[in-house]
Structure formats: structure tokens, C-alpha cells
Design a protein around this ligand. Structure first.
Ligand code: NI
Length: 167
């Protein structure tokens, strides 16, 4: 396992749509393991393959209260319900946070790392991470959802390293 280089804006790979995974092989398993390591090293709650320069629809999510890391291949949000205002950051946009509207609840489907179909019903941080990561594989960033420029703010240097829940 190894750490991968985290891409940050304005890297164009963050703006590209990732391709569907059609083959679950050893190279993919290695990518998944390396993405998990990279997410943990960055104290993130999620990471999409675009963020390490790979245009494949692969996402990892690790919510602090949950025991296991979720590996989602070809994830899709199939239903969104309600709205809530959240404060959000992204490992690919270091030093900033923004305020935006996310869904209260989402339902998603994906394949797990063995290729088995999974369905997820989520709310709270998991729902937010699912929306954030599926956006990433479509080339969308949270800053695209801001209502106006004043909804984005720069973190003070002492806050920057201390903020968590970025993905
Ligand atoms: Ni992100």
C-alpha cells in the first residue's frame, strides 16, 4: 500500500467525468487500498478516484462513528429527500470551507469491492459524503453549489490543520 498524490484545484482531472468500472481486478484492489491509506493520512471522511488522478468511478468513505470503511464502485444517488444547510470542505480545495444546501436523506446504489451490488440509505454526514463523492466522479466540486461567493471562506492558519470531515 502506498500514499497517492492528492490533486488540488485547478488540476483539470477534478473537472473530468470518471468512467464506469467494468473490470474488478488486482489493479483496482490496489487502487482502493491506496485510496483508503491516502484518505486516512489526510484525515478525510471520503475520497474519490479523481482526487488521486484516476478517472474511474471509485469512492471510499469512512465516517468516524462507523466501524468499516465503505468502498463504492460506480455509485449512484437514486433518491434525494429534504434539504439542509451544511458547512463543507474538500481535500482538493485546501484552506477553505463553504456553506451549501445538501439533501437530508439519500439513497444510493453501488458495487462493493468484490463487485456485489449494495444499497445504502443514508442521512447526516454519510448522506453528505455520498453527495460530495458522487459529485467528484462527475467532475463537480462543492464550490459549484454555493449560492454566492460570500458563502466561501478562507480558514485561518490555526484552523486549517484542525478541520476534519473533509472529503
Ligand atoms: Ni472533496
Amino acid at each position: 500500500m502506498s500514499l497517492l498524490h492528492l490533486r488540488t484545484i485547478p488540476d483539470p482531472v477534478l473537472r473530468q467525468k470518471a468512467r464506469r468500472v467494468t473490470k474488478i481486478d488486482d489493479a483496482l484492489q490496489r487502487l482502493i487500498d491506496d485510496m483508503i491509506d491516502t484518505m486516512r493520512e489526510a484525515n478525510g471522511v471520503g475520497l474519490a478516484a479523481n482526487q488521486v488522478g484516476v478517472l474511474q468511478r471509485v469512492v471510499v468513505i469512512e465516517i468516524p462513528e462507523e466501524e468499516e470503511v465503505r468502498v463504492l464502485i460506480n455509485p449512484e444517488i437514486v433518491r434525494r429527500e429534504g434539504e439542509r444547510v451544511v458547512d463543507e470542505g474538500c481535500l482538493s480545495i485546501p484552506g477553505y470551507r463553504g456553506e451549501l444546501v445538501r439533501s437530508l436523506k439519500v439513497r444510493a446504489r453501488a458495487l462493493d469491492r468484490e463487485g456485489k451490488p449494495v444499497r445504502i440509505k443514508a442521512e447526516g454526514l454519510l448522506a453528505q459524503a455520498l453527495e460530495h463523492e458522487t459529485d467528484h466522479i462527475n467532475g463537480t466540486l462543492y464550490i459549484d453549489h454555493l449560492e454566492s461567493a460570500d458563502k466561501l471562506w478562507k480558514l485561518q492558519p490555526q484552523e486549517a490543520g484542525a478541520r476534519s470531515e473533509e472529503s
